[in-house]
Design a protein around this ligand. Structure first.
Ligand SMILES: *[C@@H]1O[C@H](CO)[C@@H](O)[C@H](O)[C@H]1NC(C)=O
Ligand SMILES: *[C@@H]1O[C@H](CO)[C@@H](O)[C@H](O)[C@H]1NC(C)=O
Ligand SMILES: *[C@@H]1O[C@H](CO)[C@@H](O)[C@H](O)[C@H]1NC(C)=O
Ligand SMILES: *[C@@H]1O[C@H](CO)[C@@H](O)[C@H](O)[C@H]1NC(C)=O
Ligand SMILES: *[C@@H]1O[C@H](CO)[C@@H](O)[C@H](O)[C@H]1NC(C)=O
Ligand SMILES: *[C@@H]1O[C@H](CO)[C@@H](O)[C@H](O)[C@H]1NC(C)=O
Ligand SMILES: *[C@@H]1O[C@H](CO)[C@@H](O)[C@H](O)[C@H]1NC(C)=O
Length: 264
């Protein structure tokens, strides 16, 4: 008996003193057998529970559930595709930008039935707040280039175009009263300034070629489809209203199936 009791599985040590002491040795063998048989399975289940609570969560008013999941500070295993990782700060939930060190998207709401969500491109607000800044190039990205391949900007949105123009190009474009162009606060002395136009319909080619302005770098930012006829001076409000995105489920991620196999 001494050799067996010197290496019993943990579980057996815990339950054996009460249950086994008055019983026969065959009972103990049976318990050893049961413990050895169940221990690996119990460890797997325990590890799975330690790994992550992947149930639906709320962040502010937004429900976060599969395929979306909430990031936590601990180095836990992800609950799903990294493309659907949501960070929650206070009541603000956001999706990351696919461009490193770039602000992502604030989520306004998610429709799980329609596979869609409304979001705000946070990077644009930061750029537009930095008025009178002559610091070297801001990250001035098209919203579409910040989205990973599973997200798509819905064609029902309209667009706003921000132009970073040289002083002469801006003066020229404004003099021509070019299709509702308006100044933003952003400028750098007489080196460059940022203009904006709104009400630009979705271009399936993604080129927006007819809206190009010579001497200006342009970026396209989706705004609500309901913004038709909006005043370009209200560009910040329009960006804050968010735009509609749709998503596709990630194909490869199989956590759910592996979990249910373990529990079965
Ligand atoms: C949550 O929804 C309520 C009711 O619609 C609203 O009053 C509140 O401002 C929302 N909170 C956030 C953080 O969006
Ligand atoms: C969370 O939000 C607060 C206040 O808006 C901000 O100061 C802080 O930097 C944010 N934290 C992270 C990790 O983004
Ligand atoms: C989601 O947010 C958008 C933009 O704020 C709003 O127009 C829409 O009504 C909201 N949808 C739901 C279901 O709350
Ligand atoms: C930008 O300018 C506006 C109005 O001119 C001012 O209220 C705001 O504080 C300025 N923002 C920064 C970051 O300097
Ligand atoms: C606009 O273009 C100039 C010249 O290329 C650049 O120095 C500046 O940082 C740009 N501004 C923004 C907001 O991208
Ligand atoms: C943004 O998209 C437009 C239209 O496709 C393109 O012409 C422009 O070069 C892009 N700008 C940047 C900074 O990628
Ligand atoms: C747009 O708004 C600005 C500032 O609020 C105002 O001065 C301008 O007249 C408006 N333009 C139109 C076409 O309503």
């Amino acid at each position: 008996m001494s050799t067996e009791s010197s290496h019993p599985p943990l579980l057996f040590t815990i339950i054996s003193p009460n249950i086994c002491a008055p019983m026969s040795p065959s009972c103990c063998w049976f318990l050893v057998f049961v413990a050895v048989w169940w221990l690996p399975l119990m460890l797997v289940v325990a590890e799975d529970q330690q790994r992550r609570d992947c149930s639906a969560k709320k962040c502010g008013n937004v429900s976060i559930s599969d395929p979306f999941w909430l990031a936590t500070k601990e180095l836990e295993r992800p609950c799903g595709s990294l493309d659907f990782e949501v960070t929650c700060n206070g009541t603000i939930s956001s999706l990351r930008s696919s461009i490193p060190f770039n602000n992502g998207f604030k989520i306004l709401n998610i429709s799980y039935e329609e596979h869609s969500l409304y979001a705000i491109d946070l990077g644009k607000l930061d750029v537009l707040h930095a008025n009178n800044s002559c610091r070297p190039p801001f990250p001035f990205y098209n919203t579409s280039s910040k989205l990973n391949h599973l997200f798509r900007i819905d064609p029902v949105n309209l667009n706003l175009i921000l132009y970073n123009c040289t002083e002469e190009a801006a003066a020229g474009a404004l003099a021509r009263q070019d299709r509702g162009l308006v100044h933003t606060r952003m400028r750098c002395e007489n080196k460059w300034e940022v203009l904006v136009r709104v009400g630009v319909p979705h271009d399936p080619s993604g080129h927006y070629a007819s809206y190009a302005l010579e001497g200006c770098a342009a970026i396209v930012v989706p705004v609500p489809g309901s913004s038709a006829g909006a005043n370009a001076s209200d560009y910040e409000g329009l960006i804050r209203d968010g735009f509609l995105l749709t998503w596709e489920r990630p194909r490869k991620f199989t956590r759910k199936s592996s979990c249910s196999q373990v529990r079965r």
